[in-house]
Design a protein around this ligand. Structure first.
Ligand SMILES: [Zn+2]
Length: 250
């Protein structure tokens, strides 16, 4: 693509960054099921779910996520423009990064990867993966993702069943799974995108980082003397981070 410092391309990158931030803000605000009203943190009046952090009642910004997303998106777009090898790869990188940002932010806020979002990602990643790699590499990559995270998912279910039985918990309070099925779908998405050669490495890095983070959280809880083993961490962000580290070997 053109020189990233050219004025016209720079304006294009700003437009793309604002587009990405708008899509991310919109979907992160509307996709998760929310059973409570959203309120402005400054005047506490009820705001619309798609407010972009701006309150119409008091005419003030009560949350700065949108400008932050726009700034991060601009850095990401410039990085993508520098490393991409063709305009097609730039478009794929842009769409995929926007999608992964939506999944990651929802997983951080709600510990949730929804089936509809995962299914959309699998279709998107299968299509893009087939363009980026040869078709068999894409399919094998997706299969490796499903097998590896599927194994951890089943292990999590066995652990949850054991814990419920030991603590005699049943009904709605019972833990059904330690690792959500959404993480298995996300691993499939990443496997399609990275292909058979990189997915295993990406998952291992992701699992390792999630493990280190969990150890840090447990250590912190022990220090504060309020240990709660029902706390779970979202796995999605770590899997995405693992994929990014493998994809862009800095
Ligand atoms: Zn307000």
């Amino acid at each position: 693509m053109e020189n990233p410092l050219n004025l016209i391309s720079f304006i294009l990158y700003i437009v793309l960054a604002i587009t990405a931030a708008t899509l991310i803000e919109y979907f992160v605000s509307t996709l998760p099921p929310i059973d409570h009203e959203q309120r402005c943190s400054r005047c506490s009046s009820v705001t619309s779910r798609v407010s972009f952090g701006y309150c119409r009642s008091c005419s003030r910004w009560y949350r700065r996520r949108f400008p932050f997303l726009a700034a991060v998106s601009l850095v990401a777009v410039l990085l993508l423009a520098t490393v991409q090898s063709s305009p097609a790869n730039f478009v794929i990188g842009f769409v995929v990064s926007t999608y992964l940002a939506i999944v990651t932010l929802i997983d951080i806020d709600y510990h949730l990867i929804q089936h509809k979002t995962a299914l959309f990602g699998i279709i998107l990643a299968g299509f893009f993966g087939a363009i980026l790699h040869k078709f068999p590499s894409t399919v094998v990559g997706g299969a490796i993702g499903i097998i590896v995270m599927g194994f951890f998912y089943l292990l999590g279910r066995v652990y949850a069943a054991y814990k419920n039985k030991r603590q005699k918990i049943s009904g709605p309070d019972a833990l059904d799974e330690a690792l959500g099925f959404g993480d298995v779908s996300l691993a499939a998405v990443l496997g399609f995108l990275l292909g058979h050669a990189l997915i295993l490495k990406a998952l291992l890095i992701g699992i390792l980082l999630a493990g280190l983070y969990s150890i840090a959280i447990v250590a912190l809880m022990l220090l504060k003397k309020d240990f709660d083993d029902s706390k779970t961490i979202p796995y999605g962000p770590f899997l995405v981070l693992g994929a990014l580290l493998v994809f862009f070997p800095f």
